[in-house]
Design a protein around this ligand. Structure first.
Ligand code: E4P
Length: 216
């Protein structure tokens, strides 16, 4: 399973890359706002240079022509850019047009299996179901991932599933059990994934025994 880091924070990306856990990065306008950089093109270029893998940058136009123009401009920033397009009716046209020009697209804001089927048929390289936001409204985000993985497998669709809106370690584990290709994970959840109280307790007891042996 590939891990993308769901942030536009360069320092956080560098820290996780050093762990060997960064296969790519996803950003969105909210994450750009959190990073506090208005020079978003420059920031995307810096992230691409650091990551040397797929980096999603999102369009803010909502009409098809505007999304296509913005996508073409973003793709020129770096060979690593993946253009993030919202899964709307206009978005489908932009996905088809950009994908047809060889520009990889990440279809974002996917909340249903029907949307996932359509974006794959339109040629999206990636499909991002938002599991946490579905859970927030009492739906089952992971059940949607299962449906999408099944549909893509049934028809050998090449679109890769990026499990997005990840809120906790179980989202990652359950996605891995289902065979989702990628999870895009906030830095906080990457840290939570390695934590276990029995590891901390075991380490403390090993070190205490070592100190006793040394007569400390
Ligand atoms: C990633 O592609 C998404 O933009 C992101 O995971 C959304 O996460 P959120 O629901 O925590 O904002």
């Amino acid at each position: 399973m590939k891990f993308f880091i769901d942030t536009a924070d360069l320092a956080a990306i560098a820290e996780i890359k050093a762990l060997g856990m960064c296969d790519g990065v996803t950003t969105n306008p909210s994450l750009m706002a959190q990073a506090g950089r208005r020079d978003t093109d420059a920031l995307l270029r810096e992230i691409c240079d650091l990551v040397q893998g797929p980096v999603s940058g999102e369009v803010v136009a909502t009409d098809a022509e505007g999304m296509i123009q913005e996508g073409v401009r973003l793709a020129k920033l770096s060979e690593h850019i993946v253009v993030k397009i919202p899964t709307t009716y206009a978005g489908l046209r932009a996905i088809a047009a950009l994908s047809g020009r060889g520009i990889p697209v990440n279809a974002t804001l996917v909340f249903s299996a029907s949307q996932a089927l359509l974006v794959a048929k339109a040629g999206a390289a990636y499909c991002s179901p938002f599991v946490g936001r579905l859970d927030d409204v009492s739906h089952d985000g992971i059940a949607l991932v299962e449906q999408i993985v099944t549909i893509y497998d049934n028809y050998d669709l090449e679109t890769e599933v990026i499990v997005a809106s990840v809120r906790h370690p179980n989202h990652v584990v359950e996605s891995a059990l289902l065979g989702a290709h990628i999870a895009t994970i906030p830095p906080k959840v990457i840290k939570q994934l390695v934590q276990h109280p029995l590891t901390d307790k075991g380490l403390a007891s090993f070190l205490a025994d070592w100190d006793r042996l040394q007569g400390k």
